[in-house]
Design a protein around this ligand. Sequence first.
Ligand SMILES: Nc1ncnc2c1ncn2[C@@H]1O[C@H](COP(=O)(O)OP(=O)(O)OP(=O)(O)O)[C@@H](O)[C@H]1O
Ligand SMILES: [Mg+2]
Length: 447
Amino acid sequence: MGAVFSADGASALTSRLRACSDAVPMYGIDFGTSNTVVTFRSDGGTGLLDLGEGGILPSLLYFERDRRPSVGREAMADYAAALQRWKGKGELYSRFRFFQAIKLALKDPWFEGTRLFGERVRVEALAAIFLREVKRRADEATGGDERRLVLGRPVVLSTEPSVDERLEGRFREAALLAGFEDVAFVLEPIAACANYAGRAGETVLVFDFGGGTLDVCIARVERDGIEVLASTGADLGGYLINEDIARSRIIGRFGAGGKFRTMTGSYLEIPGWIANQVASFYALPLADLAKTRATVKDLIYDARPVDKDKLRGLVEFLDRNLAFELFNEIDEAKIALSTEQGSAIAYAIPPYIEFREELTRPELEALIEPRVISARSLVESALAAARLEAGELDRVVRVGGSSRIPAFTRMLETLFPGRVEEGAVFTSIASGLLEARDRGLQVPRRP
Ligand SMILES: Nc1ncnc2c1ncn2[C@@H]1O[C@H](COP(=O)(O)OP(=O)(O)OP(=O)(O)O)[C@@H](O)[C@H]1O
Ligand SMILES: [Mg+2]
């Protein structure tokens, strides 16, 4: 039996469930855009699982021919080693692949799959590779082979019900392909609500702002359960903010806004989509790059001298699968701005590109102001759906990594002065999945 540990609210959950006599063994997986967290229930109680690198596993997948795929920090280390090992070896897509935010691909109705070393792989199968590895690690920690699963999902996969159903089907299929047999879904913020042990009679709003989505739910805590009054969500998360930063500060370093000479001798602007690839962090490693690479190479020939190296750097960026490296720099700089007033994104692709982009907190706040406005209207729409005024809420619980961004915290404080608190930022969804299911709060199975 490996390490089973409780953290944050999980100990309270454990004690409540210990009293439960029909403790059927099962996993709860919060399959996040950025991080994945697993809980396990057995006769001994319920707790977060340590998957070999702590309870929070980065949702990353490294893939190389003829070896077991790796996930989490192990995948990150394999990726860094691969970049070193094959330095200067040109097109690296044929040697290794590295995927981030697979959940965003799974919930993208327009995305079907990718080619992996020449073979077509559907997105469900790709997500299954990640989930199978998560299950393998979880089974290793528990010494079992559990097939029952409660899987979190964002409140809204699509505003079109039939598309939402199709996309939920993708999540189910990925879980089945990964080796699970019985899969129930719980909406992510509802899991956090179930995990939140409030006092009877309280009305609580959960603001779950993660890497891919912002999910909100409002619930009334009753003596014998919780009543969900409203839940809603939007495609707004840390990834989008990182893309905002990349578009405004980084893509210019890769040729955006540059010029090339046409056959008639006049100059035209380099098409926007070309350097925009740099900001497509999750989509780029999944894309077929042959055409893009050919277009960029053609452009280098006709580009102004000042733009040539930027485009050469872009080709390297594409060929060497560097999206995550740059993404990570941007992510770290953004996270630092939650506690500091200034930070910097330093990045180089020698000998073509080298820069240090300073970013202050006020600059970031100006950039993400539209996102704060969207988040506020989502909260207001949840209040309207619950037929409540902001003043009627007793407590607002912030969870999800992006909920630490001061501009969003301030927005919540303005709406709910003195009633906003931070929950277990990275673990509250996973900690509440099983309890939410016990309380009958799972998504009804469609006929
Ligand atoms: N202190 C911080 N300040 C700002 N952003 C942060 C901070 N810590 C983490 N983040 C951001 O939070 C996100 C990850 O949060 P989390 O793990 O809750 O997301 P997730 O559950 O994987 O995503 P989702 O639930 O949307 O699928 C990342 O975008 C990361 O950049
Ligand atoms: Mg989440």
